[in-house]
Write a protein of this length. Sequence first.
Length: 563
Amino acid sequence: MADPYFFQSLGLTGFRAYLQPKTFDFSKKRCLAIFAPNGSGKSSVIDALEFVLSKDGTLERLGQRAINNQAGPIALAHNLAEEAKIVPTVAIGLISGKDVTNGSRAAGGAKRPIPAVATTLNTCMAVPPIIRGHALRTFVEIHTPEQRYADVANWLQLSPLVEVQKNLRSLRTQIKTAAEDETALQRVDTQLAKETTQAVKIWDTTEVLSHANMLILAPLDPALILTALAALDPAYVELEARAKAEENKIGLAGLRQIRSAAASLWLETTDADSGEAMVSGVIPTFDAAVTTLTTAEDKEAEERDKAAGTVFQALWKAAESLFVEGAPAPDVCPVCITPIADTAAGSAEANRYRPGERLNDEDALDVAALLERHTEYVAKVGCGFSHFQVMMTEHGTQCFRIIRTDGSGTDFSYPHCITQRPPSRKQEVSQAFRRAARFDLYKARDAFFATHGDANGNATCAATGERITRDDAHMDHRPPMTFEVIVTTFLCGRGLSLDSVPLTTGQDDRVSPEVTDQTLSEAFRWYHSSVARLDLVRNTVNLAQASRHRLKDGRVSLASDAV
């Protein structure tokens, strides 16, 4: 470590109060104080030290020279120095160990270069060597504690600490403000009340722990009990481990995606301010469109009634003579001029069903789809239909008869269904997809009987528990994944609307349409076989439940681009 520097001597010649040379010897005493009457030159000694160590060769307290004053560098020399031809000079001597270094600095003239010894001494000092009394008086009497802190930091060349102090003071203020602000606590209480369904309205650690243990953890595992609201609590650690294991096992991420997809269809929330229930998603939008469509359809039906009445009156006037009592039967059809003997109605052998016969399952599905076009569909079906029969009317023609589940029945006119109410797009798409999956349903029914049938070929109906034959059995879609829900989720999952499904009318005299896109048809069959849960039920029970499981207004329904 280098030896420290000490003042050895200070010499003043023609400088301030000292005209004649004066040397002060500091070698005998390292610490000293200067005492003398006013005007004896005490300040000149301090001025000499400041001058010889200053960068510009001047004194800060003298300021700049102005007109008619003796301020600035000119004030460094004694008033009589020029007259006595004495060059104003300050000499300094330093000692470091045994090495003595001397230097001097002229106090007159334009150039007053700093001596090397003063430069060496300045590099060794971390703080200014001169602190004036007026500065100390201001420091003690006027400055605030913060200003005194800044003064000391400047004297010690530690001004960055002032900024640190300011930042700390600002941080303490922010912390105090945040600690006194109850807004964040109110938000926590609001969220807590929401998460606990108003069971815990104000944060209380004991009540929160009790709620979590009794209503959340106990139904999952009574052995899991939180003792503290901390991530290191043994119950929390165990619960976190189980959650990760469950996520890896069942694919919780996939369930979240399904939930998000469902929320995009239907999401019911409660407004935090008003408390009113709000519904959003694709389905409410569809429902509003369906309402608009229903209004338009009702108006259309009204206009059709008017038009149909006019057409029927004209038709009846032309055909009335054929129904007069005793009138001979015509030999040819008055419309298409086809001989009556060559038509299907002209001979009993040409008819597929005779009066009183029951329609088989495949034909019953077609007739059920046809019945939905009827303007009095709800009144006709009543409590639900069991099956269909062919009956003879009082006019000698045949029509379909509905046999309800309570044993009552009524007839309906299929021409009325055709002319008065065309099927909606939703009905057409649903019928087309059902037609695409019909062989899969037949296959499932045959497989069930092959596996669960008894020696007589009978199996148990899932709805009634009775034993039924294969001919009396249907495969019913177990709620909530009814057939219409399957169609809805299939289209939504592929981003398709009803109008984008390519259809054609049924072939081979079938009423139901078909999907013309074979790839789309096969994709639906695959999706149907993946999600459908089928039960074996008696056909009469299945037909009776069909209208109850059909999607109505307010539930999930298919939407059309045209709506």
